[in-house]
Design a protein around this ligand. Structure first.
Ligand SMILES: *Cc1c(COP(=O)(O)O)cnc(C)c1O
Length: 391
């Protein structure tokens, strides 16, 4: 039997490493193994490879290379930005503003900071998942030291008015951090134009390797060092560098930002055809998030009378990889905090499916989902005690 093609529509969870990225990394996993802190030839090679990757990231963000710090990924960068700024500025104030729809790497760090005596305001969002700027202005006090708002949401794809938020933050002389993990490669970013002071990124969301990411820290930002030890990363994040990862990240960000427009056109066209097909063929469905202000590959759709998890299990039998809006936290199924924040009732939030398209997809994948999904939904609804076909 011919092996079924995998239909991978979970690019927001992770992406496959680009073959050119893998090729660029390979020498640094074997012959170019030198420790960049040493003084001989192969050490210099490693050092240069790191600095060249740093330049590439800086170029992609409109930053200086000295403002780029490598970390082990998006979670670490978010933790560093929030805790680092909070603890270094606690004499100035103890108030942080964020939103209800952040990634858990931000939300759980904020909860930790609350236990450490900081006060956190979690801004509400509208029905599309967009932050209200007047709410933001109202939340600012003379104790506010940091505003953290994600660039684009990982569940519903909503893109925030980042430049406007940056302007407000800078007018009030408050540090502005943004989790841009989902934005890189999808949205052109300019930290200067948007008044961003700190920005988190992670390679595996833009076709780079896992376990490597970074934090942009604007020159002059008051922030505690993350790891204490050797002199790496200007003493702020000590430890021998993940050279192959850093080199891979550099290549990946170069590739991802080189052709954002053509990439977006291709992905958005497939996404829009998929959306039209699903909404057209399957009754009692709705799109979550904003129609235009959303990531090009993101679809998040609620199906009434259905559990998202059962949908995923059936789709998996057809080789289709998606995700639910809801996060399964230690065995108990809690609906997604993002879907609840945009006002969905619990039962609708539970019946949500996230499909995120990217480089792995071709038109035939869209055809496949449009053939399989209506059958899956029909089958699950036929088992639901609440569903009547004539509804
Ligand atoms: C994936 C993701 C993270 C976490 O990044 P890791 O590199 O997996 O730790 C943080 N924020 C957002 C918005 C994400 O999508």
């Amino acid at each position: 039997m011919e092996k079924k093609r995998l239909v991978y529509m979970d690019h927001a969870a992770t992406t496959m490493t680009h073959s050119e990225v893998v090729r660029t990394m390979m020498p640094y996993l074997n012959e170019r193994f030198g420790n960049p802190s040493s003084i001989y030839g192969i050490a210099h090679e490693s050092k240069e490879a790191i600095e060249s990757a740093r330049q590439k990231v800086a170029k992609a963000l409109g930053a200086d290379a000295q403002e780029i710090y490598f970390t082990a990924g998006g979670t670490e960068s978010d933790n560093w930005a929030l805790k680092g700024v909070a603890f270094a500025n606690k004499k100035k104030g103890n108030h942080i503003i964020t939103t209800k729809i952040e990634h858990h790497a931000v939300l759980h760090t904020c909860q930790y900071l609350e236990k450490q005596g900081f006060e956190v305001t979690y801004l509400p969002v509208d029905a599309y998942g967009i932050v209200d700027l007047s709410e933001l202005e109202k939340a600012i006090t003379d104790q506010t030291i940091l505003i953290s708002v994600m660039y684009a949401n990982n569940e519903i794809g909503t893109i925030q008015p980042i430049a406007e938020i940056g302007k407000i933050a800078s007018e009030h002389e408050i540090y502005f951090h943004t989790d841009a993990v989902q934005a890189i490669g999808n949205i052109p970013i300019d930290v200067e134009a948007a008044n961003i002071d700190l920005l988190s990124f992670s390679a595996h969301k833009f076709y780079g390797p896992k376990g490597i990411g970074g934090l942009y820290i604007r020159k002059g930002t008051r922030i505690d060092n993350l790891l204490h030890g050797g002199g790496q990363e200007r003493k702020r994040r000590a430890g021998t560098e993940n050279i192959a990862g850093i080199v891979g990240l550099g290549k990946a960000i170069e590739l991802a930002t080189a052709d954002i427009d053509s990439h977006n056109l291709r992905i958005r066209a497939m996404r829009d055809r998929l959306l039209a097909g699903i909404l057209g063929q399957i009754p009692h469905t709705r799109l979550n998030g904003h129609q235009e202000k959303r990531l090009p590959g993101n679809l998040n759709i609620s199906f009434e009378y259905i559990e998202g998890e059962s949908m995923l299990l059936l789709l998996d039998q057809y080789g289709i990889c998606g995700s639910t809006g809801s996060a399964c936290t230690s065995g108990s199924l809690e609906p997604s905090h993002v879907l609840l924040a945009i006002g969905l009732p619990h039962e609708i939030a539970h019946g949500s499916l996230r499909l995120t398209l990217g480089d792995a997809n071709r038109e035939e994948d869209v055809d496949c989902v449009l053939e399989v999904l209506p059958k899956v939904v029909e089958r699950l609804r036929s088992m639901s005690p609440l569903y009547r076909p004539d509804q």
